[in-house]
Design a protein around this ligand. Sequence first.
Ligand code: OSB
Ligand code: MG
Length: 370
Amino acid sequence: MKIERIELREIGLPLVAPFETSFGVTTGRRIILVRVFSEGMSGWGECTCNEGPFYNHEGTDMAWIVMRDFVAPYTIGREISGPEEAAGLTARIRGNRMSRAAIETAVWDLESRRRGIPLWQLLGGSLEEIPCGVSLGLQETDAALLGKIETELAAGYQRIKLKIKPGRDYDMVKAVRKEYPDIKLTVDANSAYTLNDVEMLRRLDEFDLMLIEQPLAYDDIIDHAELQSRIRTPICLDESILSVEDARKALKLNACRIINIKLGRVSGHSEASRIEAYCRERNVPVWCGGMLEAGIGRAHNIAMATQAGFVLPGDVSASKRYWARDIITPAVEVTAHGTILRPTSPGIGFEVDERRIDELTVRKEVITGN
Ligand code: OSB
Ligand code: MG
C-alpha cells in the first residue's frame, strides 16, 4: 500500500456546553480532519489536540504545520505492507504524537475499508459493546454538578468522572458522595497538584473512588510513585503515558495502577494496542480516554476500546453530549445500560457526512508527492 495524497482540513464546531478543566475552558473546537487516499480508496482520521498547548504541547495551528510539512510528506509515496508500518514512517518526529496519530489512524481506516471489514476487527477487538462513563467539567456550584450527574445516570452511564482543581476538590467530592454513595466515581486533576497536596489527596481515600487521574505534573512519574505509596486510591495516569515504554516504566515504579489510553496521545492505533496488550498481560486495567472528539475521532476510539484490556468504563460517550449535529451518521449513541455497540460496517463503521464537513470547513489543503 502507498498513500498517494493527503487532504487536511480544519473544521469549527461549537460545543453544546462549555467544558472546564483545571487548565482552562473550551467552548468550541477547532479540529483538523485528515483524509488519506490510495488506489481509489480513502480513510479518515481526526487530530485530537486541543486548540492551545495546555493539555500537552500540541495545538490546532501547530498541528496543522507539523502535519502539512512533516507527517504528510513522510507518509506520501512510501510503500508499506500495512497500517502497522504507518507510524514508523513518521517515527523520527519527536513528540507531536497527536499530529502523527491523525494520519496513522486514517491509514488504519483505509486498510479496513480496503479489506471490507470493521476497523475493530482489524485491530483484533473482541468486545461487542464497550462500557461508557462521562467526564463532567468543573461547574459553578455543587448543585449544578449534582444536576448533571442525575441526568447522566438517568441516561444509563456506568461511571461519573469529576474534574477537580485546588479549591474544588474535597468538599465537592464529599457532596457528590453524600448524594450518590454507590456509584462508580472517579476524579481527574489534569496535573493541578503537587506533593505538597498529599494531605488533601489522601483524604480523598474516604470516598472510595475507582481512581484518581493524573493528580501531579504532566511529565512526571517519580512523584506519582511517591504519592501512590501514600494513598489508597489507585492512581491512573493520562498525560504522563505517551508510549508502551512509558507504561512499562510507570508500572515498574508503581506510579499508577490503571492507565487511560488516548489514541492521539500515544501516536495512534499501533502504540495504543501495544499498551493495551502490555497492560492486559499484567492485569493492569485500561480504559479509553476522550479529547472532546468529533465523530471521526469518536469512531476510532470505539474501535480501539473493543480490545479486551479495556475493562473499565471510558470517557467515550454519545455525540449529543458534545454536538448539536455530529460529522458522522448515525451519531454515536449509548444504550440504556451505558454501552456503545460496536459498528458492523467496514472501516470506522460510521458514515462520514462529507456535506456537513464541507459546510464546517474553514481551511483545506491537499498534499501530494512531487
Ligand atoms: O484529561 O481526560 C482529560 C478533555 C480534554 C482534555 C483532557 C481531558 C478531557 C476530558 C473529556 O476529560 C473527555 C471527553 O468527554 O471527551
Ligand atoms: Mg485526563
